[in-house]
Structures are given as structure tokens and as C-alpha cells.
Design a protein around this ligand. Structure first.
Ligand SMILES: Cc1cc2nc3c(=O)[nH]c(=O)nc-3n(C[C@H](O)[C@H](O)[C@H](O)COP(=O)(O)OP(=O)(O)OC[C@H]3O[C@@H](n4cnc5c(N)ncnc54)[C@H](O)[C@@H]3O)c2cc1C
Length: 284
């Protein structure tokens, strides 16, 4: 799965697929159910780590990427399929003069991944302008209002694991409520965010922030204060630029990355009594 995740590490999935339509998903699910395989949906694997032991089932990256715009009173509703790349959509919509998703400039991953993890940055997050989410639940297409997904900071109901004998819900599409604005102003705002992101983000293979920020503090500050900035295990390293990032410096294993995660959690707990909670999903 190192080929399909931004950390470039992790074991082998027994089956891997990239369905690009709901029809393909349905036939894939019918086959996986017949074979008795556990199923995991992913987007672009920018917020997950697959254990070195691999995964004994099907990992499927949903690739449907269509989108439609509909006017509604003063606002504009934009429906985007789950496999669309979030940052690309944000830029395209800003260029059309549709405001609301500028914060997602440079955010890696898909609309589906963002909906599951309530991705956010630079003053915005996925849940804020969400109108509804289309989910495939046990073979049935359902429309969920955001309130039902129990959104909070980097969390939704979809992030909670479902029993492995049933396929988890698939984020088929999400509809956002945007507003009209001057495209030049929006593009300028995004250029500023891009510059800021470039300045703050370590370059290389990572999953972004490993831990959620604890209330009123930052995980990176705590890890740095615990003296772990730059600490390596094998080819995995706690970034010397941003201590909430763990970098794969070339050939790191998932085990090495997980060892740094355990180290950071243990030392931060011992020094500051703060239990760091994972933002990234570890699949084992
Ligand atoms: C350099 C870097 C910077 C980052 N900066 C930020 C940031 O500023 N803010 C932020 O919030 N995140 C950040 N991230 C993390 C990542 O970009 C987000 O979490 C993103 O939303 C993940 O999208 P994805 O498609 O890659 O999801 P994946 O990593 O593939 O999956 C994440 C979770 O969503 C589930 N999932 C994905 N797609 C679907 C679907 N269609 N249906 C059902 N379940 C699905 C997966 O099972 C998994 O549980 C960063 C990552 C990197 C590498």
C-alpha cells in the first residue's frame, strides 16, 4: 500500500481496486461479499497507514469525480463526487467565482476523505458549508444531513470503525453551499494560503499531522517540548520542521513510523500528562 498512500509505507492489500462509478462499486461489493472479504474505502491515502502485515481483504480507492452546480436563492449548491480531489475542486470553484472552499488550497486527498475526517485548515473545515452527504450504506444510497454525522474537530461518525463483516459506508458525493464572489479576490486568498502552506509544510513523504491538537494546545508544540523534534527510528523521522509530522526519509516501514507514534505519545504523556489522539487512521 506504500504505492497508494502518501507516507509511501505499509504492507500489501490482498486486493486493491479503483472503482470510478457507483455501478463499479456495486459489482465490486457483490464480489467481495461472495468472497467474504473485509472492505476498506480510501481516497488518495493521504491520512492513513497500512500496517506492515498488510490487509487481508479489499482496499478500494473511490475515483468518481463528477460535479454539478445548481442555483438556490442567493447561494449555489455544488455537488461533488467523493473521488474528486478537494484542492483541485476548491481552485476550480474559486476561479468560477464560487466562495467557501478556499481554505482547501493545497489540501491533499479527496472530497470523500475530507468528509470522513472533517479535514480543515486556514480557518475552514469540511463540515461548515456541507449541505448533505450521499452515502452508500449496505447497498442503499442514502442522503445524510451533516447533523447526523456528528461533526467536530477532525471527526465524524464515519471515522468510527464499523463491524468488519459489513462494508463501511461509502461517501458517494457531498453537496456544499457556496456563495458568489469576485474570482480575483478568491484566487488571491488562495495564493496567500498556498504560500503559507509552502512555508509551514515539511517536504517529503508524510500523512500531514499525525495527532489531533489537544484543546488549547498544539500536538507539534508538545512533541517539540518533549525533546523529540528530529528523532529518528530507522528511516522514519519526527520532522525537524514541524514536530507533528513524521517523515518517511526513504524506505521507512510502517513499524518504524508506528514506533515513533508510540514514542511521541508516551513521552508527551509522561512529561505533560496529555494523551495525544491520532488524526491519522492506522489500518491493521
Ligand atoms: C502534506 C500533507 C498535508 C496535510 N494537511 C492537512 C491539513 O492541513 N488539514 C487536514 O485536515 N488534513 C491534512 N492532511 C491530511 C489529509 O490531507 C486529509 O485528511 C484528507 O482529507 C484525506 O483525504 P484522502 O482522500 O487522502 O483520505 P484517505 O487517507 O484515503 O482516507 C482517510 C479516511 O477516510 C476514509 N475514506 C476516504 N475516502 C472515502 C470514501 N469515499 N468513502 C468512505 N470512506 C472514505 C478512509 O477509510 C479513511 O478512514 C495533510 C496530509 C498531507 C500528506
Amino acid at each position: 500500500m506504500g504505492r497508494h498512500t502518501s507516507w509511501r509505507a505499509g504492507g500489501v492489500a490482498r486486493f486493491y481496486s479503483e472503482p470510478s462509478s457507483l455501478e463499479e462499486v456495486r459489482s465490486l461489493l457483490a464480489w467481495a461479499t461472495d468472497e467474504g472479504l473485509p472492505v476498506v474505502w480510501i481516497g488518495r491515502g493521504t491520512n492513513m497507514l497500512v500496517d506492515d502485515q498488510g490487509f487481508p481483504g479489499l482496499i478500494a480507492s473511490y475515483r468518481a469525480q463528477d460535479w454539478q452546480v445548481a442555483e438556490q436563492d442567493a447561494a449555489v449548491l455544488v455537488r461533488i463526487e467523493g473521488g474528486a480531489v478537494m484542492a483541485g475542486m476548491a481552485r476550480r470553484l474559486a476561479a468560477m467565482g464560487l466562495a467557501g472552499l478556499e481554505w482547501a488550497e493545497g489540501l491533499p486527498g479527496t472530497v470523500g476523505g475530507a468528509v470522513v475526517g472533517n479535514a480543515g485548515c486556514y480557518g475552514g473545515d469540511t463540515a461548515t458549508l456541507l449541505q448533505r452527504v450521499e452515502l452508500l450504506v449496505d447497498g442503499t444510497l442514502e442522503q445524510w444531513p451533516p447533523a447526523q454525522l456528528m461533526y467536530r474537530y477532525r471527526h465524524s461518525l464515519l471515522k468510527v470503525a464499523t463491524p468488519s463483516d459489513r462494508p463501511p459506508p461509502l461517501v458517494v458525493a457531498a453537496t456544499f453551499r457556496l456563495e458568489r464572489a469576485d474570482p480575483f479576490v478568491l484566487m488571491e486568498r488562495m495564493a496567500a494560503i498556498a504560500a503559507e502552506r509552502k512555508r509551514k509544510t515539511p517536504t517529503g513523504s508524510s500523512c500531514g499531522s499525525v495527532f489531533k491538537n489537544p484543546p488549547g494546545d498544539s500536538a507539534g508544540r508538545l512533541i517539540e517540548a518533549a525533546g523529540l523534534k528530529g528523532r529518528s527510528i530507522g528511516a522514519a523521522q519526527i520532522s525537524s520542521v514541524h514536530a507533528n509530522y513524521i517523515m518517511n526519509r526513504g524506505g521507512a516501514t510502517a513499524t518504524e513510523i508506528q514506533a515513533l507514534i508510540v514514542l511521541a505519545r508516551t513521552v508527551v504523556w509522561e512529561r505533560f500528562g496529555v494523551a495525544l489522539e491520532l488524526e491519522v487512521r492506522i489500518l491493521s
